[in-house]
Design a protein around this ligand. Structure first.
Ligand code: FES
Ligand code: FE
Length: 435
């Protein structure tokens, strides 16, 4: 597997073999080495405000139920009936004390306990005395600042340890709640998620999300519009840093030409928006001091939490996860995140901004998807034209946001985990031969 990522610090060269994007065996190894070992985003606490609220979620290729049980504890269950396997809920979301399987009508309360089944007499009295007929629970479900993750490896390190340096950046997003008039209400995920698919490898979307280098050429139409509204590409645009946060996590933090939802606004949204923004900035300064308030309000952040969570804190905030169905095909889910107590008119402007750039039919997402699909098409030549170059910025002391240090951070961790999995398999094979 080491043959797929080649780093040469002396020659300032970082290459990734294109097989990593097309080879089904690599995807199978990723399912084990990455999607069965890493913390994977399931949802935001705000999506379950009331007891009984639930969402059906697909995480790491598993079907899950994400719910707030009657005892007020948030849980994740495998959405799979202990009887003969059917999904126990087909609804995407709702509020229910009971999940009743469609097939033979076994019922489970929202703490996962089997509470009813037709023709009980056909089963022994101690049928479920060991709890094996209850819904199976995902044992590891942890939260950081409202962002909730599951891990299918019961022995995984804690979420906080896993997030490491990335926590600082999640804080900068979560702290935007303090810009609103009532910060105690926190942040909330808005309405239903956006769901779409792309004919591209999952790692391409990760790379693209922390790739500022593509911004101007790929999204030219958007920047033309920003310019007509008073935004500018000349001044401080796209200046900032790209960072390897360790553990495969990465971020780029930079100034932009577009308006920040709580930092600055552009002409066209009127005086009221300006006043609201001033209020936001004052409250942030009162809470965090000038420097941190400036960072929260005026800088953009594209955060890549290894392996498949992206938080783009740009002209609006989006949370995105994605999962590979095939090496060249992914399903993407996107959510908008905002301070809960946000001014109503301002929320409208934010939503416009979110849909206009980040929505699947906005200015950016179709452009990005086109670029990703073009790469995937280009990878048909992987045998003859085999390597991606990810070396931009290796010649600089401090990588810039428009460099590719963020992607190298991901690939180093990817390579480590894949190599470890491969070594484990080889060890097992060797044992098999010796036995
Ligand atoms: Fe669910 Fe039979 S499969 S009750
Ligand atoms: Fe883009």
């Amino acid at each position: 597997m080491g043959k797929y990522v080649r780093e040469d610090k002396e020659k300032l060269s970082f290459k990734v073999n294109r097989q990593a994007f097309v080879n089904p065996e690599i995807l199978e190894t990723e399912r084990e080495a990455i999607f069965s070992k890493c913390w994977l985003y399931i949802g935001h606490e705000s999506e379950l405000p009331n007891k009984g609220d639930f969402h059906r979620r697909k995480v790491g290729g598993r079907n899950l139920i994400f719910t707030r049980s009657q005892d007020d504890v948030i849980r994740a269950f495998y959405n799979s009936c202990p009887h003969r396997g059917a999904l126990v809920t087909r609804e995407n979301c709702g509020n229910s004390k009971v999940f009743r399987c469609f097939y033979h009508a076994w019922s489970f309360n929202n703490q996962g306990e089997l509470v009813g089944m037709p023709d009980k007499a056909g089963f022994p009295n101690d049928h479920n005395c060991d709890g094996a007929k209850n819904l199976a629970t995902v044992k590891r479900l942890e939260s950081y600042r409202g962002f909730m993750f599951v891990n299918f490896d019961d022995n995984a390190v804690s979420l906080e340890e896993y997030l490491g340096n990335a926590k600082e950046y999640l804080d900068l997003v979560a702290d935007q709640a303090f810009a609103a008039e009532d910060p105690t209400q926190g942040m909330e995920v808005l309405t239903d998620p956006q769901q779409y698919s792309v004919r591209a490898n999952w790692k391409l979307l990760g790379e693209n999300s922390v790739d500022l280098y593509h911004g101007v050429p790929t999204h030219k139409t958007y920047f033309d519009i920003v310019a007509t509204r008073g935004g500018t590409m000349e001044k401080d645009s796209l200046i900032g840093e790209g960072k390897d946060l360790g553990g495969g996590h990465a971020v780029m933090e930079y100034y932009s030409a577009w308006p920040r939802p709580i930092g600055k606004w552009i002409e066209g949204y009127g005086e009221e928006a300006k006043e609201v923004i001033e209020g936001y900035n004052e409250r942030l300064e009162a809470k965090f001091g000038k420097e941190r308030a400036h960072r929260i309000a005026k800088k953009n952040r594209n955060i890549w939490i290894f392996p498949n969570l992206i938080i783009n804190d740009i002209m609006a905030i989006t949370i995105r996860t994605f999962y590979p169905i095939e090496p060249g095909y992914i399903e993407v889910t996107g959510y908008a995140l905002a301070p809960k107590a946000e001014n109503e008119n301002f929320r409208e402007v934010r939503n416009d901004s979110f849909l206009e750039f980040l929505g699947p039919s906005g200015f950016a997402t179709p452009d990005d998807n086109e670029a990703l699909e073009l790469c995937q098409e280009g990878f048909l030549n992987a045998k003859e034209a085999g390597w991606n170059d990810i070396s931009k910025g290796m010649n600089r002391e401090v990588p810039q946001a428009t460099d590719e240090a963020q992607m190298r951070a991901f690939w180093r961790r990817w390579n480590e985990l894949m190599l470890a999995e491969e070594a484990k398999r080889e060890g097992k094979e060797a044992e098999g031969v010796n036995a």
